[in-house]
Design a protein around this ligand. Structure first.
Ligand SMILES: C[S@@+](CC[C@H](N)C(=O)[O-])C[C@H]1O[C@@H](n2cnc3c(N)ncnc32)[C@H](O)[C@@H]1O
Length: 335
């Protein structure tokens, strides 16, 4: 009689243990340990002294970050890796350390998944129309660095040289508009968002000193076309926007964005997009855990769903590009 193969809890153990390095990163970003290390290697007591915290607690975080590959350690002194230096040091051009506010928000929402499924409704709901100005400010500050990084990605991969008027739809902080206008001096931009959000958007634009080239437009894009003066735009970018809407609202919003684009204008949808199998990319499949906890209907939608909405809205030449971490860019031309 053959013995059945021994089944071990390997997958379970792997999944359980994979959570902690991310939490160490979150703590490192929240404590901003990487910025003081930009001057050079330091031991835990020196760094703790500069930060005003207890060294025996801080060094736990430092060793966890070293074990994950974001710090190195030699003779008890810690140093940033090139990756940490580039992305996690405040003031660096590619700084994304401020994303910790969003990570903490989204990960704590994901912890409510069983409650949400039992209750049949999101238990950590984000209602952009009802959030306080402070909550909106903090949420968008957390997203802003990633929005600007997405704009850099767009600029690297697509040609915007001849573009004149860019519409940043559901733009939040306006990070896409700000980065694009900085890169292209001839470009004008409009950030369209809900009326509760655009006053916060205006603060970010003011801070970027681009008030003369970027306008805001208070508009519910599901209900009306976001056409800014003097008329239709030639580029629309929708980052992390379609995924906050229901199926019906996404179709309606894309039809309205179509109305705000001149014929030949191009739309870029950036964000979480599922393969039609719904099994990948794995990061987007997992991110749907966040969506069901924070939105009534928002989800990562499939490539085919996006294609259908765009075709129905009069777009042609629809193409999808995968850009890593489960994100995609879908682009199309207004017919
Ligand atoms: C997840 S945030 C993304 C913000 C920004 N695009 C970014 O990537 O940082 C979603 C944005 O969509 C906006 N939004 C949601 N529903 C909207 C609607 N019906 N019309 C206009 N904007 C909307 C929200 O106010 C919010 O700014």
């Amino acid at each position: 009689m053959s013995t059945p193969p021994r089944v071990r809890p390997d997958t379970i153990n792997r999944l359980v243990n994979s959570v902690y390095p991310g939490l160490a990163l979150l703590a490192g970003m929240q404590l901003d340990v990487f910025t003081p290390l930009a001057d050079g290697p330091k031991d835990a007591p020196t760094l703790a002294g500069e930060m005003g915290v207890r060294p025996e607690l801080l060094d736990t975080v430092l060793y966890a970050l070293a074990s994950s590959g974001l710090l190195t350690t030699e003779h008890g002194r810690f140093a940033n890796t090139p990756e940490a230096d580039r992305f996690l040091v405040r003031g660096s051009k590619s700084y994304i350390g401020s994303n910790h506010e969003v990570f903490a928000d989204l990960w704590s929402a994901a912890l409510r998944t069983a409650d949400t499924v039992r209750a049949g409704a999101p238990q950590a709901k984000h209602d952009f129309a009802a959030m306080s100005p402070d909550a909106l400010r903090s949420f968008f500050r957390g997203l802003d660095a990633a929005a600007r990084a997405s704009a850099r990605k767009l600029r690297r991969d697509f040609d915007f040289a001849g573009s004149r008027h860019l519409l940043d739809v559901g733009g939040g902080s306006g990070g896409i508009a700000v980065d694009m206008c900085r890169a292209f001096p001839e470009l004008h931009a409009t950030v369209a968002d809900l009326p509760t959000v655009t006053p916060i958007t205006a603060e970010f634009i003011e801070e970027a000193e681009l008030g003369d080239r970027i306008d805001t437009l208070a508009c519910n894009v599901v209900e009306e076309a976001p056409v800014p003066p003097p008329g239709p735009c030639d580029v629309a970018v929708l980052r992390a926007f379609v995924q906050v809407l229901s199926v019906e609202d996404a179709a309606s919003a894309l039809a309205n964005v179509g109305r705000a684009l001149a014929p030949g204008g191009r739309i870029y949808i950036m964000g979480r997009m599922l393969d039609d199998s719904r099994l990948g990319p794995p990061e987007s499949v997992a991110f749907n855990f966040v969506f069901i906890n924070i939105y009534d209907d928002g989800r990562a939608y499939t490539e085919s769903e996006h294609r259908e909405w765009l075709a129905a809205a009069g777009f042609r030449d629809i193409e999808r590009f995968r850009i890593g971490e489960g994100n995609s860019i879908m682009t199309a031309v207004k017919g």
